[in-house]
Design a protein around this ligand. Structure first.
Ligand SMILES: Cc1cc2nc3c(=O)[nH]c(=O)nc-3n(C[C@H](O)[C@H](O)[C@H](O)COP(=O)(O)O)c2cc1C
Length: 430
C-alpha cells in the first residue's frame, strides 16, 4: 500500500500553490495592470507588491465603479498638517486590485515586523484575496531597518509569531492560506533550521528565492539548497515555490521536476515582458510591441497612476527604439497614445483618463511652499471655524505625488518610495 503524501489543508477561499507558475511580488512593477497582463498571458497566480502593514491600517475600502477595482484609500494631506482642511483633498490609492479579473488568483504580500500590526492590516484585505504572504526576503534598507523583509530571517521567532498570528487570526476566519517568501541563508544548515520552524506555523506555502541576502539581483541564483528546502516542505505538507532566474514556463517546469518543488515564481523576466508565462504551444514570448500596447490599454482601463505606467514602459520598451523616445516625452496617456500611434479608440479612452487623473492638459498648478505653509497655519489654528483659510491658500492647486506622500508616517512614506503607495493621480469618486 502506498501512503498519500501529507498536505496541509487548503482553506475554502484559498489557493494551492502546487503546479502553479506565478508572478512575483514586485514593488512598483507589480501594480494592477502588470498583474492583469501576467494573468492574460497565462500566469496562474499573481502576488501584489509588498505593502507595509502600517500603510494599510487606516485605509478605507472602496469599490471603484469606473475601473471595476477595489481600492484601499486614504486621504492625502497635500503636505498640510490637517488633511480635512485641504479643499483639494483627494483619496490616495494605497492598494488596488481587480476582483473580476484577479479573483482567487491574487496573493497580497505584506511587509511587517510585528504580529499585531500584521494582523490588523491583513484583516482589512483578507476577504478580497486568496492568500496573504509575508515578505521575509527584501534586502533593501527601507525594509530591513524596520525589522521587516530579510531582517526577519535573522529573527525567526518574530517571523514565526507573525505567521502563527496571521494563520489563527486572519487565515482561519477568512478561510484563506498564509504563506511566506524567504531567501536562502549562508549555509544549508541555517536554511534547514529556519525552514523547519516555518513549516510548523500552519502556513500553506513557502517561496524560496535562491539567493542569499547580500547577493545582487544580477548574480546567478544558487540552486544547491533548493532540493533540501523542497523536501522539508513536502514532508510537512507545505507547497514549495522556487524563485530566482526563471525565464519561461518551459524552464520553470524543468526546474520544478529537477528539484522536486511544487511551483515556480518569475520576477524580472516578467517585469520586462509578462508574456513569459505563455506556453510555447500558445506562441511563447510575444514581441514587445504587442505586450506594450496591451499594457497601455490595461493601464488606461484601470486608471493606473501615470508615473507608474511610464516607469513600467521604461522597462518594457527597448531604449534604442523610437517608441522609447515618444514614451519618455509623453506627459499624459493621450500624448502617449498619439506618440505610439495607437489610434482613435484608445485615444478617446486616454483623454477621459487624463481628465480623471488630472494630467497633461488637465494638470493644475502645483502647490507652492508658501501655499502649503498657509494651509498648515490654517490647520493649527484652533479657533478656525471653517476651512476658509485653507481654501484660499490652496485654491486651484494640484498635489504632486511627492507631496501626497508627505503626510504619511515615515515608514509608510519610505514604503512609498518604490511605489506601492500610489500618488495623487488615482482619483476616486467620493
Ligand atoms: C522591481 C522589483 C521589485 C521587487 N519587489 C519585491 C517585493 O515587493 N517583495 C518581495 O518579496 N520581493 C520583491 N522583489 C524580489 C522578487 O520578487 C524576486 O524574488 C527576485 O527578483 C528574484 O526573482 P527573479 O530572478 O525572477 O528576478 C522585487 C524584485 C524586483 C525586480
Amino acid at each position: 500500500m502506498t501512503s498519500t503524501p501529507k498536505r496541509v489543508a487548503i482553506p475554502k477561499n484559498g489557493v494551492d500553490y502546487r503546479g502553479k507558475l506565478v508572478l512575483a511580488p514586485m514593488v512598483r512593477s507589480g501594480e494592477c495592470p502588470s498583474r492583469l497582463l501576467a494573468l492574460k498571458y497565462g500566469a496562474d497566480l499573481v502576488w501584489g507588491p509588498e505593502t507595509v502593514d502600517k500603510s494599510m491600517i487606516g485605509t478605507t475600502r472602496r469599490e471603484n465603479a469606473a475601473t471595476k477595482t477595489v481600492d484601499f484609500t486614504r486621504l492625502s494631506s497635500n503636505g498640510t498638517k490637517n488633511p480635512a482642511l485641504n479643499p483639494d483633498q483627494r483619496e490616495s490609492v494605497i492598494y488596488r486590485l481587480h476582483p473580476g479579473k484577479e479573483g482567487r488568483t491574487h496573493i497580497f504580500q505584506i511587509g511587517t515586523s510585528n504580529a499585531d500590526t500584521a494582523v490588523q492590516a491583513a484583516k482589512l484585505i483578507a476577504p478580497d484575496v486568496a492568500g496573504i504572504d509575508v515578505n521575509a526576503g527584501c534586502p533593501k534598507p527601507f525594509s530591513t531597518t524596520g525589522g521587516m523583509g530579510a531582517a526577519l530571517l535573522k529573527t525567526p521567532d518574530t517571523l514565526c509569531s507573525i505567521l502563527k498570528s496571521l494563520v489563527s487570526e486572519v487565515g482561519v476566519p477568512n478561510e484563506i492560506g498564509i504563506s511566506v517568501k524567504i531567501r536562502i541563508l549562508e549555509t544549508a544548515e541555517q536554511t534547514e533550521a529556519l525552514v523547519r520552524k516555518l513549516v510548523a506555523t500552519g502556513i500553506t506555502g513557502l517561496t524560496v528565492h535562491c539567493r542569499t541576502t547580500p547577493m545582487r539581483p544580477r548574480e546567478r541564483a544558487i540552486r544547491d539548497q533548493l532540493k533540501m528546502v523542497a523536501d522539508i516542505c513536502r514532508d510537512a505538507g507545505v507547497a514549495c515555490v522556487m524563485n530566482g532566474d526563471v525565464m519561461s514556463r518551459e524552464e520553470a517546469l524543468g526546474l520544478i521536476a529537477e528539484y522536486g518543488c511544487d511551483g515556480a515564481m518569475i520576477a524580472t523576466a516578467a517585469e520586462t515582458n509578462p508574456s513569459v508565462f505563455r506556453t510555447k504551444a500558445e506562441g511563447g514570448k510575444a514581441p514587445w510591441e504587442e505586450v506594450v500596447k496591451e499594457y497601455v490599454k490595461t493601464s488606461i482601463e484601470v486608471e493606473n497612476r501615470w508615473g507608474n505606467t511610464k516607469f513600467l514602459l521604461g522597462q518594457m520598451i527597448p531604449g534604442k527604439n523610437d517608441a522609447y523616445k515618444a514614451m519618455t516625452q509623453a506627459k499624459s496617456y493621450a500624448q502617449l497614445v498619439k506618440g505610439l500611434k495607437y489610434g482613435d479608440d484608445l485615444l478617446k479612452m486616454a483623454q477621459d483618463v487624463d481628465k480623471v487623473l488630472e494630467i497633461g492638459e488637465h494638470e493644475k498648478p502645483k502647490m507652492t511652499k508658501a501655499q502649503r505653509k498657509a494651509a498648515n497655519k490654517a490647520a493649527v489654528s484652533q479657533d478656525q471655524p471653517t476651512n476658509e483659510v485653507a481654501k484660499k491658500a490652496t485654491a486651484g492647486v494640484k498635489r504632486t505625488a511627492e507631496m501626497a506622500q508627505l503626510d504619511m508616517p515615515l515608514d509608510v512614506a519610505r514604503e512609498a518610495g518604490p511605489g506601492s503607495v500610489q500618488g495623487s493621480a488615482s482619483v476616486l469618486a467620493a
